[in-house]
Each structure stands twice: as structure tokens, then as C-alpha cells.
Design a protein around this ligand. Sequence first.
Ligand SMILES: [Zn+2]
Length: 568
Amino acid sequence: MQAGDIDQLADSAAENDALNILPWVTMPENGETDGAGLEDTYPMEPDHEACYRALSTRDARFDGRFFTAVRTTRIYCRPICPARAPKRENVTFFTAASAAQEAGYRPCLRCRPESSPDLGVWRGTSNTVSRALTLIGEGALDGEAVDALAERLGVGERQLRRLFRQHLGASPFAVAQTRRILFAKQLIIETTMPMAEVALAAGFNSIRRFNATFQTLFQRPPRELRRSRLADADQPGAEGITLKLPYAPPYDWDAMIDFLGARAIRGIEAVDGRRCYRRSIALDGAQGVIRVEPDDREPALRVSIRFPHVNALAGIVRRVRRVFDLSADPLGIGEYLGRDPLLAPLVAERPGLRVPGAWDGFEVAIRAILGQQITVVAAVNLAAKLVAEYGEPLRPLYGNGLTHIFPTPERIAQAHLPGMPAARAQALSAVAAAALADPNLFSPSQTLEDATAKLRSIRGLGEWTAQYIAMRVLREPDALPAADIGLLRALTHAGESRPGTADVIARAEAWRPWRAYAAQHLWTMDARTSRANTRTNLKDNVDAHPRSASDPVPGSPRDHDRDIASHP
Ligand SMILES: [Zn+2]
């Protein structure tokens, strides 16, 4: 973005690239700037003038892109705060709530920064920061120190602190603390959970510390922040809570629910009338269910969670956000991808398209193996058999059509499905053994390359599956299953022969660091074209469904360009 564009910003609010108030978010050529030295030049604060104009008009499109901190009141707000706009000279702008909080501001009780869309505007510029935030969201700093987190990410502690300072303007510790406070505040306001459980759920080590933190920030005990006239219901978390999970609009719910619905495994997942997604979950040996549907009034999804342990709540919410890709910035990504003439019409047609995530890495890996050389429908049926045979029965209390939880690695290690080729059965066992040996197998690691190399080292998992897992589980926005038959088909020009994997990779250079989103657009188009073909000619049915072949064996170049499975 040029300096002149900033003047244009308030005047032409319809311009999508005006949303890019952070000049440093302009994408670098190679998509991975960490270590490239570029971050040294990144400014820490968003453009003051542009932000002030956005807040003056309460422009909802800027929600999640910055926070306004008011020096006179020591409060920080979302751009859409209904309170009277503060004077220009009294405000400081921050890109992250944690930065405002670390600078000594407290969250506004009216606009509730905890319900802003959590956009992650740094996503795509610093993958190390993105991965660190994922791990912090998993509770990495609730018990362990910053140096242990840095080590998992393969950077020095000082380097990690420097990256946080540059991209978020806050320390890793402040980010973790702010997340705890904001999640606690959401639970206080949106649920009737008792305060002791709120403290536990939000990751506070003691209720005394929780009370003291809120007393310092808000000059009152946490209980007094509860708006509901209902007193604490004295219900355990197991009875279920419902929370709103905001996103930055637009959101293509139809595309998301169609994707999940087509792959729903009987017994563990259900889609009710394109309106609601339900599934069974299991964490640390305990069972539960979640239910997700769009909110009627706000740009948010509503998640209802029934789970016996409140200290798992934050992790469950984080996973739901991952499945429904709630932190994506679709306008920013679309503006970038739309520069490619091939993608421009797809982005224009589906501006709110997200990359569906996955609940669990192990589950996706197993599904990918089951999907080799068969259609999506056949793979889903095979998975349902596996679930019925090896999944633990779900407590009837949770029922409503859901009967099992997905089989554990221990159970899969012994699985034998009749009629399954020996190679595939071995691949199932190999993934199960790897998951048992390395609990962080499906957690973010140092780079996309590291993560996929680790997955490829498992027998039966090739490059396609590794990239697919990186895309849906690790939420790597630049992951690309380049050998995918759907992508190859989408990139075939009329009258020409189908391109090879190398052609796809070369073509996709222009999409970095958002190749996963480009792939999702092409798949969505391809699925629709395929459905149309099915309707007109039943004989095309076989080709109409994404076909799959086994993943290439690592190091086997001859297999490298074979048509590989489409998304399981
Ligand atoms: Zn406010």
C-alpha cells in the first residue's frame, strides 16, 4: 500500500484494499518472512489517521483489525464501539488486544473486545507468530515458560519475543494473560457458569489470582460484571454452555456446511438440514458433544458444548474456531487472490469462502488413508464401519443420533477391516503408532516444510496427505496439495492436456502465502462442475466424484506426478 492510498481509504470505503490499514501486511514474494530480515522494518502501530477515520464512522469492516486505546479513560475499544468517539489526540491504536492490555488499558465493557473477530492480521506475514499463537491457545504458557515455547518453534527466546513485539506489539506472556482475561470475561457475560469454574476454564491457576486480576483491571469482583439477572446457576459445565464465536464477514456458511456434510461420518458427526453441525468429541479420555450453527443476528457462529471438564473449554473453543476457520480475513485474502485472473471470478462469487479445518489431526490422517483410491462417499462409508467397529460408544446422555467417538490410536493400531488392501491396513497401523509415539505429531512445528516432512516420514503418508493435513489441521494458509486431481482438473485449459504437479506448483507461486485458500476456491468450483456433469450424464459418475490413488511413496519420483486423492 502506498502512502497516497491511505487518503483514499476513508473516501472510498468500498475499496477492499483500503482494509489493509497495516502497510506491512503487503505480501512478500516468498510468503515466509521470518528470518528474512523484513520484519525489522515493520512498523508496530497501524496508521493513526486511517484508524481514526474508521473509528469515527464505526466501520464494521475494521472490527478486529485494530483496537482503540483512550489515554484519558485507560480503556480500549473495538472500532465499532457505540460510545462517543474519543478525541483524536487522546487515542493510541493497537493491532492486538494484548498490546493494549500490556500498555495498561482495560477492555471496554460496552463493545466487549472479547467478542471481536480475532482476525489475526499478521497471519501470512509471520508464520512463527501464527504457530506460537496456536500453541498459546492450547495453553502453552499457562504452565510452561516462554523459552520452552520458543524451543518447540525452533527459534531463540529473544527472537520469539522480538517477533511478537514486531507483529503484535505485545510479549508472549501478555498475549497469554489477555487471552485468559478475555475468555473469562466472555464466560462471565455469556454463560451462567459459577465463578470458580470460569477461573478454571480460562486457565487461571487459582481463583484468588482470577479475582485479583479482575479487581485490578475493573475495580470490582468478576461476579459484578455478569449482566444476566440470573444468579450463578450452580450448574457444572457438563450441563452445557453456549458461546458466540465472532468472525469477520462475509462467511460462506453454505460452502462450509456442504463440505462438512458431504464428509460427515455416521455415528460421530451429523448435519441437520444445512443449518447445524454436531459431532462427538473426546479429550484426555473424557467424552462430549458440540453443536455449531450460525447466529441469526450477529456475524458469529453459536457453539453449544457439553463436556464434563471445564478446564478443557478453551481448547474446545479453539478447535471449533479452527474447524470453521473463524480467524480468516476473507476480504484481505480475496483482495490478494483476486489479482489472478483465474481466481478473480471465483473470489467474486464466493467472497466468504473459508478453508474448512478439522477437529483432530489423527482422524483426518486416518480418513485420508481410507479415502485412497475410492470416492468420497465410499470413504465416508468405510470410515463409518471403522467407527462402528473400533470407536468407543458415546454415553447415551449425549446421543441424538451420535453413537460413538472416533477410534483412538490404540484401537486403530489393532484394526482389521475386511476387504482392505494390506498396504492400506499397514498405513493405518503406521499412523496410529506414530501418533502414539509423538503426542505433538499434529501440532504446529517450525515451518510448513518441517511439518510435512515429519508426516511424510510415516509409511503410507505422502506429500498430498501431508499438505492436506497441514492445511486442515495445522492451519497453514500456504499449504497446497499440488498433486490433487481436482486442482489439476481446475487448471486444465479447454482442449489442452492436463497439467502436471510441477505446473500446479509453478502456477501457485502467485498465490503465496494463501495457496490453501486458492485451492479451496478451485475445489469448490470443481465440485460444482462435477455435480453438474453427474446430473447430465450418469455414466460420468465415476469421474464426477473425486478419485483417489495411493499417495506416492516418499522418494519415488516416478509416482510423484500420479493423480492423487481428492480431499477426504
Ligand atoms: Zn468500547
